[in-house]
Design a binder for this molecule. Structure first.
Ligand code: SAM
Length: 325
């Protein structure tokens, strides 16, 4: 599928629930919830239908996200079902990691190739203050379980914000010392409650890492997405940067998102433009569903407006947890 600016869209991020036990300050508003009524979430069958339609139009990569995808009952079976759709070549999942340890092997067996695990600090008290849950030990156990389960890649996502109270995120790089894990620094984005935070930029983070570990060497390889990778001599894993705020990569954006209630978002910062759930529940034909997806992708905005978040009335106002980051 191509949009009007010639970008090839082959990546669908599918939020399978808005439920999450964490209340990360930049992601979940207030105390979390209220969550969507169960009946508003797309069923497994509906998700499969959307994935079939998208795959028939050229989507090859699927990311399961949320909310917390591991909170969706039967997530491994759903992963296997979606990963088996004709045309899907890569199935990955992002998680807060708290429930990962007992599920990691099952997810791997279901065909999940990569796992992204979100972790913003290694300090237990800061973790509790940032997420609202005293779960650092469980997340670290989840990380080890993911490495042992044999995913093709395990990536650790650390959101960096000046005012998040996470301490120095450079300490997280040490998780890549002995483990073949990519530690990626993601600038906090002005989405939903994330609007109240200011990112620690890639340049600032690179300086902090260099001060601590010495010069980082460009890895000379890009992932499938927007991350730019470096190596620290002696470390098993890589260090990555996703700098959507300070160095936008919209010109190469290849993704669309589906919210847990079936709303299609061609751009993270803008409100959904297609109500897929209503179409599905009204009995849309496969051909009409494909046409609707094609048209929504064609209208994908040229770029986000993170630098001017007040501009434009179509801007997303829901928190990331309700969208699917
Ligand atoms: N619960 C899962 C997790 O923790 O990975 C999946 C959902 S979460 C919304 C997906 C990713 O979005 C996480 O890595 C999270 O850190 C990131 N995220 C949430 N809000 C963000 C923001 N305002 N700026 C940058 N990243 C954000």
């Amino acid at each position: 599928m191509r949009d009007q600016f010639g970008r090839e869209i082959d990546y669908l991020r599918l939020s399978v629930t808005d439920r999450c036990g964490f209340r990360c300050r930049y992601c979940v508003s207030g105390a979390g919830g209220p969550f969507l009524p169960e009946g508003d979430l797309l069923t497994d069958g509906e998700l499969e239908r959307v994935v079939r339609a998208a795959a028939s139009l050229g989507v090859t990569r699927l990311k399961l996200t949320g909310g917390e995808p591991l909170n969706r009952p039967g997530i491994a079976a759903l992963a296997a079902r979606l990963g088996a759709v004709d045309g899907i070549r890569s199935l990955t999942l992002t998680t807060n990691g708290a429930a990962l340890a007992p599920l990691a092997r099952g997810l791997r067996a279901a065909g999940v190739r990569e796992v992204n695990l979100s972790l913003d600090t290694l300090d237990r008290a800061r973790f509790l203050a940032l997420t609202g849950v005293d779960a650092l030990d469980r997340v670290l156990a989840g990380l080890d379980a993911a490495v042992e389960a044999g995913f093709e890649r395990v990536k650790l996502n650390c959101v960096t914000g000046q005012d998040l109270g996470q301490g120095d995120p450079a300490a997280l790089a040490e998780l890549a010392l002995a483990r073949a894990v990519d530690v990626r620094y993601i600038e906090s984005m002005p989405i939903g409650c994330g609007r109240t935070f200011h990112p620690v930029t890639r340049a600032q983070m690179l300086r902090r890492l260099t001060d601590r570990y010495g010069p980082l060497l460009p890895a000379g390889e890009r992932g499938n997405g927007p991350a730019e990778y470096y190596r620290i001599p002696g470390f098993a894993g890589r260090i990555g940067f996703i700098s959507a705020v300070s160095e936008p990569f919209c010109a190469g954006c290849n993704r669309i998102r589906l919210t847990p209630d079936g709303q299609l978002k061609p751009c993270l910062q803008y409100r959904p433009t297609l109500d897929v759930r209503t179409l599905l529940r009204a009995g849309v034909s496969d051909e009409a569903l494909r046409d609707a997806l094609r048209e929504a992708v064609w209208q994908k905005p040229r770029a986000h407006q993170f630098a001017h978040p007040a501009a434009g009335e179509r801007l997303e106002d829901r928190p990331m947890s309700a969208i699917g980051g």
